[in-house]
Structure formats: C-alpha cells, structure tokens
Design a protein around this ligand. Sequence first.
Ligand code: BGC
Length: 333
Amino acid sequence: MKKSMLFVLALVFVLACALPAAAETYKVGVAIYQFDDNFMTLYRNELEKYMKSLETDDMKFDITIVDGKNDMAEQSNQIDNFITQGMDVIILNLVQTSSADAIIDKIVENEIPLILINREPLGDDGDESYKGILDNATVCYVGADARQSGSMQGALIADLENHGDLNGDGKISYIMIEGDPENIDAQYRTQFSIKYLTDNGFEVEELDDQVGNWAQAKGQEIAANDLSKFGDAIEVIFCNNDAMALGAAAAIQAAGREVGKDIYLVGVDALNECVQMVIDGTMTGTVKNDEVGQSHAAVDAAIVALKGEELQNYYWVDYVKVTAENAENFLAK
Ligand code: BGC
C-alpha cells in the first residue's frame, strides 16, 4: 500500500475516534392511572423533570406519559401501544391492581423492564403468585408502605392533649373518608389509623366510613352529609388523602365548625395547600407522601434496568408526620 494511502487511512481512523459517540436515546413509557389526581400530578411532573436532568452526552430519554383516565381498558391499550412502539422501559401506575397479573405478564413476555409505582398490587407479605412476578429481576415496585401513613394519622390524633376526645366521653368518635377501596393505600390507611389508636389503649367509635375515591368533591359531599347527620358527635375526620381533606375542610367551614376547637381533621400527602392549612390551624395534621423521593427512586430503578442490571423487588420511601411544629419544612420553596 502506498504511503499516502496509509496516511489517509490513519487520518480517517484518528478522526473517527475523536468524534463523539452518538448518544443512545432510550424510549421511556410512563402510564399514569389518571392525570386528574393532585398527588399523581406532582409525582409525574417531578418524575419527568428528574429523568431529563439525568441525561448525559451518552444517555438521552424520550419520555412519553399517558393518561389512563381511571379506565383499565384504556390503560391496557396504552400498554399495548407502548409494546408496539418498542419502549425500552415502562413505568406503570396501575388503574386497577386486580388487573396487575395480566398486564405484568404481557410486559415481561415482551422483555421490557417494568417499574410499578404508587399502587402496590399486593403487600410484600401478600399473595405468593404475585410475589413470583416481582421476583423477576426486570420488575419492581417503588412506593411507600401505606401502613406507616395510617399509623401516623392515628398518632396525629393520639398525640393531641385530649387525644381527639373533645367531649370527654372516653371515646374518639370519627368518620372515615376512603380512597379507592381496591387500592392498598386506602385499605391500609383506613385500617392502621384506627389500629394505632386501639393499640395504644384508646376507645374509638366509627360513625361512618364512606368511599370518596381520592377526590376532593366527593370528600366534601361525604363530610357535609355526615356533619349534618351526626353534628357535634363527630370529633375526628380521617381522610385517606389530602384532596379529600380539602373537601372535608370546606364542609367543616360551611357547617360553622372550627378545626382544633370543636373538630379535628387529618389527611395524607402533604399537598402544599394542606401544609399551609396545618400552619394556619385549619387542618390538624397530614402525612408527607414523598413524591420527590418516590419519583426519583422510580427513575433510578428505570436506569438500573436500562443498563441491564438486576432490580431489587421493592424500593421503599418513608412517610413523615406533618404537624404545626414541623410544617414549615414541608412548604414548597
Ligand atoms: C395518594 C393519593 C392518590 C393515590 C393515587 C395515594 O398514595 O395518597 O392522593 O390519589 O395515591 O393512587
């Protein structure tokens, strides 16, 4: 080979090495159970923002986020589309946890790593068949243990000077406003808030327990009806989330009652409005459901999977009790 030819080849080689390698763009499909949900809106915005912030010269993310509109058939179609589109990873907030097995199987069969978020299909001490799927190194659940949030709600009441017994009759009379009953968060919060009180020796009286489906308007309607039905007998309103507590707070105000004086109100999530209400005294307390911690853990897990590394079965993020004493720390900056 001529010297000049060799020189040209060497030059081409050097130039090729010097050129930056093309970035790998990963397709990320995110399916949210319903966009119209205060907490999941904070969660999904943070998830997208955080994932974008992790892009490097070598790793880019093409993120598609879809709204399941609280309709399992709709979400199932969205997952089929994600599979056809060749997503590299799927982050899934199930509409119906009872459909988990079928949906998870479909995703696993297509060899797409799956990060389940927010709605745990079954507790990790639950049904073994479900556990089997999670044991797969390409599937995991990222969330918070709702038992903890329920117990913290109970503690918010137990820690009050009168332990929630405003009329001094020796029992805490309450109404419970539940989220979607199929959702383990709703089941555990309902159960463990009261369990905390009875485990600590307090007598309780349930005046009503109704499903508000996580929604503010429904929370308001249930609280308004109960306040007119049971009047002063209601000492505590437990809401499985803050959206419903916002509704209950409006009903309390309309009924001429005053939180902290003649009624108590607790929620879960620590939405900014509710943290402000805890500071102002119009809510007794709430529990921080850490959407930042959870969305970051979900993205971090997705990246582990994209790198082809093994996932743990579960990634847990702690809840935190929010009271008038520490609420300032939870206000969005
Ligand atoms: C939150 C609720 C939300 C629900 C959606 C729960 O963890 O506390 O506010 O509506 O998740 O699944």
